[in-house]
Design a protein around this ligand. Structure first.
Ligand code: GLN
Length: 304
């Protein structure tokens, strides 16, 4: 498969969508990013790689960090985790409060903000140095010691994070948060602020694409079954109220973030990352989804 040629064709095909959507501006630091950027990179489990445009520009991974948090929580708690957070698709926006009220503090899944805030609480309770340990884990999975938090983005989000503050308060009211809510918000925003490029993300996600490879990074160990199940959750919950549409158009498990990044996995074949800051109304990258739809169409490689 000539992935390089395919990626170059895709880029030409998505150019008409270059001005569609707008970047997230509810985090003031993210509003400063030039929205007219695009990058894409694919790595196969056999060592092939291809990339186009700004594949090496780092961006805010935002909710993609929730996949790393889930890996850590599953390693720490095993199936006990599912007592504190569900694993059903939400069908609501990433920052919705509605279900939380009805479900009395047990968030639908780990990838909506409420679920990620519960995971943040678990990490705070179990890790010795949460900020350091989380970063070290991400660096180890990525095999890259230069990956870091962007504290300006985290602070900027905290200063305007009224909705996440409301979610964490509701969770605390229901007894779902054990730590101080300020500590939970601080660490949650910090995890979201990690910056990586498409090349770095697609390489890191090979760890989730190949469940036959041993998953053991900085003491975070997952069985091959746990890795497979992470893919199941990415498939059903990775795109909030657009998870069905993504499965329909693209047909791969994946995870998006409001920084405009999307990572998708073809189990036992490849991992691909794409980035473009302009988002649709569901908070997912317009060009990103289009590019991935074309990738699985042109390669005829999807899980369906
Ligand atoms: N930090 C963002 C938030 O909590 C992450 C959301 C996202 O990427 N979907 O609002």
């Amino acid at each position: 498969m000539d992935y390089q040629q395919i990626l170059e064709n895709i880029y030409q095909e998505i150019l008409p969508y270059a001005k569609e959507g707008k970047q997230a501006d509810y985090i003031p630091e993210l509003a400063k990013v030039n929205p007219d950027q695009f990058g894409m990179c694919i790595h196969t489990i056999y060592g092939e790689t291809a990339s186009i445009e700004q594949a090496d520009t780092r961006f805010s991974i935002q909710s993609i960090s929730k996949v790393f948090a889930l890996a850590m929580c599953l390693s720490i708690k095993g199936d006990e985790l599912w007592k504190r957070v569900g694993k059903e698709p939400s069908g609501t926006a990433f920052n919705s409060l509605i279900q939380l009220e009805v479900e009395k503090g047990v968030p639908r899944n780990p990838f909506i903000n409420a679920g990620a805030l519960v995971m943040t609480d678990i990490l705070l309770s179990h890790l010795e140095n949460p900020e350091e340990d989380f970063l070290n884990f991400v660096r180890a999975v990525s095999n890259n010691q230069t990956i870091n938090y962007n504290r300006n983005v985290a602070t900027s989000e905290r200063e305007n994070g009224y909705l996440n503050a409301a979610i964490v308060n509701l969770l605390k009211y229901h007894g779902s948060i054990k730590n101080d809510i300020e500590d939970v918000l601080h660490f949650y925003f910090l995890m979201c602020s990690i910056e990586m490029s498409c090349r770095e993300l697609s390489l890191a996600f090979l760890a989730f694409a190949n469940h036959r490879r041993k998953f053991d990074y900085e003491g975070i160990r997952l069985t091959s079954s746990q890795v497979k199940r992470m893919n199941a959750i990415m498939q059903t919950c990775g795109f909030y109220d657009e998870a069905g549409e993504f499965a329909y158009l693209v047909g791969l498990p994946g995870k998006s973030g409001v920084g405009g990044g999307i990572v998708a996995i073809h189990p036992l074949l490849y991992s691909v990352a794409v980035w473009s800051p302009r988002l649709n109304s569901k908070g997912n990258s317009v060009m990103g989804i289009k590019a991935l739809e074309l990738l699985t169409t042109e390669t005829k490689e999807s899980i369906f």
